[in-house]
Design a protein around this ligand. Structure first.
Ligand code: GLC
Length: 545
């Protein structure tokens, strides 16, 4: 009997388009829908199954578009709704599905609802969390919660009330106990599903419901305030009531053919808690972030893989694999300094290794090897734009160009996430490397002068480039790995993660010496030269048994 073929979203490679930095169609130094449309053939050639586009809605950009002022339109700097619809159609013609990013935890402070709340229109404040302050004059925040970006999670308005924002002050949190909020988002989902969108990544999916009464958190200085470590027990995160919201969303998705899907961004303290979002009447998949927190150590990788697969299996969901995204240090740089023994605690605290110079040669070698591991595992793989070019984190941005609200809100102690959001280099010329016009005012974040070497144009010419490694891997992946079955580990060596699935094997060597390979197998693809009888350090290989 032929093996069962899984639905596309259970085995897909999804490419994350950070639209502001992907491709610039009008030469103003900011990425846009027109730029993305011209590069769809690039994505088709790369071999991805779907794209996930970071928020492209009208936004004052207090947090790079995660502050949405209108959920049913396109940010003018990115284009128009008509262009967005053309993009969806063109992507579909190329066999690429389109996932959007929905931001339900908060709106922009420029959203009509929040403006009405500020104007104190009847009932308008009830859609958000407005409270009186504490202390004799009410001039202390209503509780001790801290914003994920730093500083108190409350801002006071002119008439003395305070509103809650777990992120920037320009991102007021919605009150999800309000019926209108629930109904509105179900309509927004349908608005985009009607336009052919195949699904949504859900921003901060674990934050919508807050513990009733918004009680103080037990330890306000604890890292539990941070998003990445949203620990058990914090009254702002992962409350049981959130699951009702997603049952409603699933019902909306199920009205459509072909089926529409959801992927949760939920930073929760355990795989068991994550699995609750994936029950059959809730969301389809969720990011499993331990993979992007794993150091370059085979032992830890094995544990992370086992854990993620086991947790997903309990609810029949596919595991997901993410090496990086627009919120964390780029993979090349994460792997370019000495590696801790355990999962990296919080990647948003950049500069934690600032005392050690990065070795990008090693970082690139490891990132290439990690890609082969990621793409051999069962389930879905997410590729963040620029991973296929092995771009490094830009750690030396001048302070005056930084845009991430983290920089200001942390009192200029946390540089934030701009370094992984630099516009892509397309041509092997000088900056802006085909992004924006040569004569323009520059890209919205400056690119390193040496990025011509890592441009798409340069890598297309080089058979051994990372771009060509990804292209080869994605070409082979469907036959070698898709629907190939469970992971069976082949060794418990501390420096080697080697597994078999179906008739294929993936080996990675995170140690310092060469590792012997089985002599009966043939090499299908290797992340570095020199693979034969042995696997060199910081290298991965795909073998056919
Ligand atoms: C998510 C996004 C991040 C954003 C935050 C607030 O974590 O990935 O970029 O800043 O939510 O919306």
């Amino acid at each position: 009997m032929a093996p069962a073929v899984s639905p596309w979203w259970q085995t897909a490679v999804v490419y994350q388009v950070y639209i502001r930095s992907f491709a610039d169609g009008n030469g103003d130094g900011v990425g846009d829908v027109a730029g993305l449309r011209t590069r769809l053939p690039y994505l088709a050639r790369l071999g991805v199954d779907a794209i996930w586009i970071n928020p492209w809605y009208p936004s004052p950009m207090a947090d790079a578009g995660y502050d949405v002022s209108d959920y049913r339109d396109i940010e003018p700097a990115y284009g128009t709704l008509a262009e967005a619809q053309a993009l969806i159609a063109e992507a579909h013609e190329l066999g690429i599905r389109v996932l959007l990013d929905i931001v339900p935890n908060h709106t922009s402070d420029q959203h009509a609802w929040f403006r009405a709340a500020l104007a104190d229109e009847p009932g308008a404040r009830q859609r958000y969390h407005f409270r009186a302050g504490r202390g004799p004059n009410g001039d202390a925040p209503p509780n001790n919660w801290q914003s994920v970006f730093g500083g108190p999670a409350w801002t006071r308005v002119a008439d003395g009330q305070w509103y809650l924002h777990l992120f920037a002050p320009g991102q007021p949190d919605l009150n999800w106990d309000h019926d209108e909020v629930r109904a509105e988002f179900e309509h927004i989902l349908a608005f985009w599903f009607d336009r052919g969108v195949d699904g949504f990544r859900i921003d901060v999916a674990h934050g919508l419901i807050k513990e009733a009464g918004l009680p103080d958190t037990a330890d306000p200085d604890d890292a539990a305030q941070s998003l990445v470590q949203s620990r058990a027990g914090h009254p702002a995160w992962d409350q049981d009531g959130v699951h009702d919201v997603y049952r409603g969303w699933r019902a909306v998705a199920e009205r459509y053919t072909p089926e529409r899907i959801f992927i949760a961004e939920a930073w929760v303290p355990s795989n068991e808690r994550l699995a609750r979002y994936l029950r059959p009447d809730e969301l389809h998949t969720a990011f499993q972030f331990d993979f992007l927190r794993a150091p370059w150590r085979a032992e830890v990788l094995r544990a992370v893989v086992d854990d993620a697969i086991a947790a997903a299996a309990t609810v029949g969901a596919p595991p997901t694999w993410v090496l990086s995204n627009h919120d964390v240090t780029r993979t090349v740089t994460r792997f370019s300094r000495s590696q801790p023994a355990h999962l990296i605690e919080t990647d948003w605290e950049r500069g934690r290794w600032a005392d050690e110079d990065p070795d990008h040669v090693i970082g690139r070698r490891r990132a290439r090897a990690a890609a082969l591991v990621q793409l051999a595992l069962p389930g879905t793989a997410y590729v963040y734009q620029g991973e296929e070019l092995a771009l490094e984190e830009v750690e030396d941005l001048p302070d005056d160009v930084r845009q991430d609200p983290t920089w200001v809100q942390s009192g200029f102690t946390d540089v934030g996430r701009d370094g992984c959001r630099i516009p892509l280099p397309w041509t092997a010329t000088d900056a802006p490397f085909g992004f924006g016009s040569e004569s323009g005012s520059g890209t919205w974040l400056p690119q390193p002068a040496h990025w011509g070497e890592y441009s798409v144009e340069a890598q297309e010419r080089d058979a051994d480039s990372t771009l060509n490694l990804y292209r080869d891997a994605l070409r082979v992946r469907p036959t070698l790995w898709r629907d190939a079955g469970d992971v069976k580990w082949l060794t418990t060596d501390a420096d080697v993660a080697a597994f078999e699935r179906g008739g294929a094997q993936c080996w990675v060597n995170t140690g310092e010496g060469p590792v012997p390979l089985p002599d009966t197998a043939t090499v299908v693809l290797a992340s570095a030269p020199g693979v034969g009888a042995v696997l060199p350090p910081d290298t991965a290989v795909w073998l056919r048994s």
